[in-house]
Design a protein around this ligand. Structure first.
Ligand SMILES: NC(=O)c1ccc[n+]([C@@H]2O[C@H](COP(=O)([O-])OP(=O)(O)OC[C@H]3O[C@@H](n4cnc5c(N)ncnc54)[C@H](O)[C@@H]3O)[C@@H](O)[C@H]2O)c1
Length: 356
């Protein structure tokens, strides 16, 4: 394995690979010399680069994890794929649908795997919900609400996160994408019919709502939204209501959750400050009487699950259809949301596809 980008995400990928049997971390790439040397020594990785191009060109690597800022996902993925590597890319797959499409096309052309680190869907509570849904306990889900909201949670004020060119957007592409992924995964991947979105930048541009973070400050102005809200129409008449915010005058916490209403049952997941226990309630009728199921939740590590599945897929040799399409579908939704917010109107998905 080679890993490009050595912030929190990069180190988490590295630690996860090292827990798997017969996986070796061969090379790391990052811009911060000190961090590069520190991680190289701590995890005994021998080859360290500032230039990711040198890393992906090595012929002793099977695969590359991309944990760099979002604007680098497409260039690094394409370079890695073209030099024969499989790719595990952090979310979002890319800043835009067009960039994501390029990655998927390259993966198909060269016959390599692309997986995306949608780590939140791997949580124990989401997996419990998935089991209930697959067992039919909720019936047909016709309405979902998904939210991820923070009080003061703008990551690295003035870092790449708040720069439109480097990040592609704010909390919608950072947190909202996890919630869109989680909801659509649980709802069995319905098609998207239309999107109506509004974005706000009320606190960030005033220098409010930041959280202390060890991000490299590039000193750019605050250019992205700090709150996004969207109403998404799905095939079969279901709808998804989304909100994603890094900063707002609300409780001082970092909370995400999901509400699902189905024809035979409902479910609620409430996660406060990344807690993992007692997060799910399933609402149903037992013998005609309203009942609440409180499932026991297994604690799972999202990155370990994603990294393990990626390695398993690469090893299996069965790479058919593993080209990152789920990341592309999510990127198209984010595109449509930003377009809808900009043009202040609902964007239909047939229009969105036609406009490419
Ligand atoms: N799935 C999750 O839960 C999760 C959590 C955090 C971050 N992420 C994703 O991981 C990615 C990185 O986020 P982060 O918080 O770790 O960011 P970060 O800013 O902490 O780290 C970015 C790293 O990329 C390196 N880098 C920047 N330019 C580079 C270049 N040209 N070549 C090589 N390396 C370069 C930096 O040196 C740094 O090591 C983002 O896409 C983010 O969305 C995902």
């Amino acid at each position: 394995m080679g890993i490009v980008g050595l912030g929190w995400a990069g180190e988490t990928h590295l630690k996860s690979y090292l827990r798997l049997p017969n996986v070796e971390a061969v090379a790391l790439a990052g811009l911060d010399e000190l961090r590069l040397r520190e991680l190289g020594e701590r995890y005994a990785v021998p080859n360290l680069y500032r230039d990711y191009g040198e890393l992906v060109a090595r012929d002793d690597l099977d695969a590359v994890s991309i944990c760099a800022p979002n604007h680098l996902h497409a260039p690094v993925a394409n370079a890695a794929l073209k030099s024969g590597k499989h790719v595990l890319c952090e979310k979002p797959l890319a800043r835009t649908g067009a960039e994501a499409e390029g990655i998927v096309r390259t993966a198909r052309d060269v016959g390599r795997v692309v997986h995306i680190a949608f780590t939140q869907r791997e949580r124990g509570d989401v997996q419990v919900l998935k089991r209930h849904i697959l067992d039919g306990n909720l019936g047909r889900i016709y309405y979902a609400k998904a939210t991820w909201m923070r009080r003061n949670g703008i990551p690295g004020m003035g870092s790449w996160f708040t720069n439109k060119e480097m990040a592609g957007g704010g909390p919608l592409i950072d947190l909202g994408i996890h919630m869109i992924d989680m909801a659509l995964y649980l709802m069995d991947e319905p098609d998207i019919e239309s999107v109506s979105c509004a974005t706000y930048a009320e606190l960030g541009p005033q220098g409010r709502g930041g959280r202390p973070d060890a991000k490299t400050i590039v000193g750019v102005a605050y250019e992205v939204e700090d709150l996004a809200t969207a109403f998404i129409r799905l095939s079969g008449g279901a709808t998804l209501n989304l909100e994603a915010g890094w900063a707002a005058y609300r409780e001082s916490s970092d909370d995400f959750g999901l509400t699902l209403y189905g024809t035979d049952g409902g479910a609620e997941m409430k996660v406060r400050n990344y807690g993992t226990q007692d997060t799910v309630r399933i609402y149903t009728d037992v013998s005609g009487v309203p009942a609440v199921v409180v499932p026991e939740i297994e604690t799972r590590e999202g990155h370990l699950a994603v990294v393990s599945r990626f390695v398993e897929t690469v090893r299996s040799g069965d790479w058919q259809g593993q080209v990152g399409e789920v990341g592309l579908r999510r990127a198209r939704i984010i595109d449509a949301c930003y377009r809808s917010a900009l043009e202040k109107r609902e964007v239909s998905f047939s229009q969105q596809r036609g406009s490419r």
